[in-house]
Write a protein that binds this ligand. Structure first.
Ligand code: TYD
Length: 210
């Protein structure tokens, strides 16, 4: 089973993901965690380029999209598809929906074009379940700063951008309710973790059978 975590910057995905992995392992599942962009040797090299705001200020938006997609294409074929076919649970911090939310809804790239590119890059492989950590843009940005998080090139956009990203996520979740579950991320880490576990338990037997 392939599960992706989505949400705005500062929504807490990266703290929640290892806790989910530990829980699922304790319940008897094989679990593999990964993140985007990155997750493979080639993908991590691409990540360095695409998130390097200091040196790569001249990056064209189409270049940026194709780099995200290159990293993803590699991750799908090297990691996600083979593990999913073996029955491993893959927990992925961001996936194709991030491109729709950030480049599409956020930056205004045509959504149909993006969707076609994503189908190509992923070989039509999409998550079985997508958990959306929903948070208003202002809280997300404040959290990034107070946690001492480094601002990268992609963070350095204004709040209006992040509001569009959020709206995009909520719209995608509403359009495909069988895949998405939305969690209120404006709660304590423990509360969010509990809600995530409850969401996963609607799709998987807990503990694992056999
Ligand atoms: P990262 O440092 O991983 O941030 P986070 O911890 O919030 O996930 O940087 C990922 C950044 O890249 C984040 O701002 C979202 C952005 N992004 C896109 O714009 N498009 C994409 O397709 C992906 C995967 C990420």
């Amino acid at each position: 089973m392939f599960i992706s975590l989505e949400g705005p910057d500062g929504s807490g995905k990266s703290s929640q993901l290892p806790l989910l992995a530990d829980w699922l392992r304790a319940e008897g599942y094989e679990v593999y965690t990964t993140r985007e962009p990155g997750g493979t040797e080639i993908g991590n090299q691409i990540r360095e380029i695409v998130l390097n705001k200091l040196e790569n200020t001249a990056m064209h938006p189409r270049t940026e999209i194709l780099l995200f997609l290159s990293s993803r294409a590699q991750l799908v074929e090297e990691v996600i598809r083979p593990l999913r076919d073996k029955g491993t649970i893959i927990l992925c911090d961001r996936y194709a929906d991030s491109t729709m939310a950030y480049q599409g809804y956020g930056h205004g790239v045509d959504l149909t074009t993006l969707k076609n590119l994503l189908n190509f890059a992923t070989g039509n492989l999409y998550p079985d379940l997508t958990l959306l950590l929903d948070l208003d843009a202002k809280t997300g940005l404040d959290r990034r700063k107070t946690n001492g998080g480094k601002w990268d090139r992609l963070d350095a956009f204004n709040q209006a951008f992040h509001e569009r990203v959020r709206k995009g996520y909520l719209e995608m979740a509403a359009n495909e309710p069988s895949r998405w579950i939305t969690i209120n991320a404006n709660q304590s880490i423990n509360e969010v973790q509990l809600a995530l576990r409850q969401a996963i338990a609607t799709k998987l037997p807990i503990p694992a059978k056999g």
